[in-house]
Design a binder for this molecule. Structure first.
Ligand SMILES: [Zn+2]
Length: 375
């Protein structure tokens, strides 16, 4: 049964908090909606933080044409939600996430045929994978619509190189599907990558993390924070401080962090450049992520970070940058997911690629928007 409008708005807000707490949704990524009638649903607005949403910010949208009420813009994926309600009368709650494992496994574009009865009970016999389309485009909407129409018994859908869509009869059901899907994906990931992961070797040098403020930056190295002047480093400043100073001289970013998650380190060991297999990585980090050798001794990392927000350090992880602390952490987060996806592709021999043009367009749009952000 559809919800009353006030109940639906409260549930969408609650779902946002639950999904962020559970780690299935990060930052403002993803979107959530609830049906209020045969003709309308309410959905999260575009680009606002889930933690502080109020009922007034939840937007009412018409299923027939995606038109909406009020001044606040609904999520740009409103069309996918509209199709979900139109094609599935039993569905009252829809969640779209970029959750880690399921997104990583979406890269090969294959449908999952489930064999365990317990999995089928929650997810249906099949988890279809919709063909790739850039976020917020008609192409993506059409690909998802096709998958929903073709597989009427499926409740969870992968969106290739991107994320997932979960259709529930209510909030609890949709959340259960999203969580269950993540568990099944994790099982598949572990099975596929067992014994095939990169071997970790060598010691990782500490590159330090830093924050710029005016002409200075504070570098946190070996547990100690020290301030340096960007354009006038002391002669005895450590090599890490020199590297950070050079990055600040050539980039507008204010935060630099050294990411040493094991998947990132593993991929950095391959020594090759990485083309993202997930579109969020291409968007917020860069279209081709280079691996540089001996980054402390030369300017190759500095050069990469001039136009990108991440660079892989051969065998030593990556440097991630952002205008704010949380932006740099977001880069680290999508890089970790992107590296795990790369490891999965290697383990399964998948040759699927995210189109260079699609990746470039998303990066360009993002950089343009991001550069307007308050420094
Ligand atoms: Zn998305």
């Amino acid at each position: 049964m559809a919800y009353s409008i006030s109940e639906a708005k409260e549930l969408v807000i609650r779902a946002g908090k639950i999904l962020v707490e559970s780690g299935l949704i990060q930052r403002t990524w993803g979107n959530i909606s609830a049906r209020i009638s045969d003709t309308q649903f309410v959905i999260t607005p575009s680009g606002l933080a889930y933690e502080t949403l109020t009922p007034k910010q939840i937007v009412t949208v018409n299923i027939a044409d995606g038109s909406y009420e009020g001044d606040l813009k609904p999520s740009s994926e409103k069309g996918i939600h509209a199709d979900s309600y139109r094609l599935r009368p039993e569905v009252n709650f829809v969640i779209h996430t970029h959750q880690e494992r399921a997104s990583e496994i979406s890269i090969d574009g294959k449908n999952w045929t489930l064999s365990l009865e317990e999995d089928k009970k929650v997810l249906g016999d099949l988890v279809p994978c919709a063909a790739y389309g850039m976020p917020s485009t008609g192409k993506l909407k059409k690909a998802v619509e096709e998958a929903i129409s073709r597989y009427p018994n499926s409740r969870a859908f992968l969106m290739k190189h991107h994320g997932v869509l979960c259709l529930g009869k209510d909030l609890d059901h949709a959340f259960e599907i999203a969580q269950y899907l993540e568990n099944v994906a994790d099982r598949m990931y572990q099975q596929a990558c067992k014994g095939k992961l990169y071997k970790k070797d060598g010691k990782i040098r500490e590159y330090g993390s830093s924050e710029r403020s005016g002409g200075h930056f504070t570098l946190l190295l070996q547990g100690t924070a020290k301030e340096y002047k960007i354009d006038a480093l002391e002669t005895d400043a450590p090599v890490q401080a020199r590297l950070h100073a050079k990055i600040y001289q050539s980039s507008k970013m204010n935060y630099i962090l050294h990411a040493t998650d094991e998947d990132i380190v593993a991929v950095s060991q391959s020594g090759r450049s990485m083309s993202p297999l997930l579109d969020d990585l291409a968007q917020i980090a860069g279209v081709t992520l280079k691996t540089v050798q001996n980054a402390m001794d030369n300017t190759s990392a500095v050069k990469q970070l001039k136009h990108k927000n991440a660079v892989l350090l051969a065998g030593e992880g990556a440097l991630c940058t952002g205008i704010t602390d949380s932006d740099a952490k977001a880069v680290e987060m999508v890089l970790k997911k992107g590296c795990a996806a790369r490891i999965y592709a290697k383990a399964t021999g998948s040759r699927e690629k995210l189109g260079l043009l699609d990746a470039s367009i998303q990066r360009m749009v993002y950089v343009k928007k991001y550069s307007k952000k308050k420094m």
